[in-house]
Ligand binder design. Structure first.
Ligand code: GLU
Length: 309
């Protein structure tokens, strides 16, 4: 049954692909094929269900914000992290500078660029790229994750807006240390190349409360998982997060590379690849697949009387 409903969701999602477009503000991303669409589900009982382009590698982009936030919470703790960044949805685009300049010194949340660059700046003195890469491989249960140099280079040469965010944070006394190296680490993390399967692996670990179900190894504390999932739910789908909370109701984080990573507590991780994006930056096929799955399987966090999955 899960198999068949996932296949139906995938077919449904494909119907939306021509309504979106691939990201092109990072030139290398414009090479993506907009008709790709893949979904992988990893249940906590070890079942794996896949349809479409699930082994194609693409860059994780904003979904890396979940990993760096998790690392910061593990290494620095809740109080330190949230004395630097707030936990409110911004309602603005992911790369907006508006509220940071006019409304608050602390970035609104760690799921937007300003918040993620701030968190990376906090982490930089205690954690380098190699450690973050190893952590990403572990959480995604994918040892083949590497940095895609072409995307990294493409984003580095066009990343003035992110450097501007870094300098604004520094001018407000929020970001300490070297701005350029913090933004460089941020871009490296955005350039990690993953698959829908890797994202399902990460979602599965979050759904399991921070444990890798296959090995029973604890990789995140339960509190880190709770904080991260809540911020994914309220802020993870750009300035469509509120609508997605109503229509889908599954903590999810999307990236402009076309990935979406979702987790259904105690049940499953979901990884999606579909580089055709809606106007906010979410995979258009992916968001619609999620809505279909949520309705059919009763996965909404506020659905009473859970289904069998
Ligand atoms: N690297 C991208 C940027 O900073 C990430 C954006 C995203 O996926 O939301 O613009």
């Amino acid at each position: 049954m899960l198999d068949e409903i996932t296949r139906q969701a995938w077919l449904y999602g494909r119907g939306f692909l021509l309504n979106g477009k691939v990201a092109d503000y990072i030139p290398e991303l414009s090479k993506a094929n907009p008709v790709y669409l893949g979904i992988c589900i990893k249940t906590l009982s070890g079942e794996m269900i896949e349809f479409g382009d699930v082994s194609h590698r693409f860059t994780i982009q904003s979904i890396s914000k979940v990993i760096t936030l998790a690392m910061a919470l593990e290494k620095l703790g809740y109080d330190e992290v949230f004395s630097h960044v707030m936990m409110e949805p911004s309602g603005d685009a992911f790369n907006s500078i508006l509220k940071l300049d006019t409304a608050s010194n602390r970035p609104y949340n760690p799921m937007i660029n300003a918040g993620a660059i701030d968190v990376i700046g906090l982490l930089a003195p205690v954690c380098d790229f190699d450690e973050l890469l190893a952590f990403s491989r572990k959480l995604c249960q994918d040892d083949e994750i590497t940095m895609d140099f072409d995307v990294y280079h493409s984003e580095s040469v066009t990343g003035d807006r992110n450097r501007a965010i870094g300098y604004l944070l520094k001018s407000k006394g929020v970001l300490h240390g070297d701005v350029l190296s913090a933004v460089d680490l941020y871009i490296r993390m955005c350039s990690l190349s993953v698959t829908a399967r890797s994202l399902a692996g990460l979602g599965q670990v979050l759904a399991a409360g921070g444990v890798i179900p296959d090995t029973e190894e604890r990789v995140l504390s339960a509190n880190t998982v709770r904080v991260v999932q809540t911020l994914m739910f309220t802020c993870g789908m750009y300035d469509r997060s509120g609508e997605m909370a109503v229509r889908v109701g599954i903590p999810s984080k999307s990236g402009v590379g076309g990935g979406i990573m979702s987790c259904v507590t105690d049940r499953m991780g979901i990884g999606i690849y579909g580089p055709s994006l809606d106007e906010k930056g979410n995979s258009i096929g992916g968001a619609n697949m999620l809505e279909y799955l949520s309705k059919e399987l009763r996965l909404h966090v506020f659905d009473a009387g859970k289904g069998i999955w």
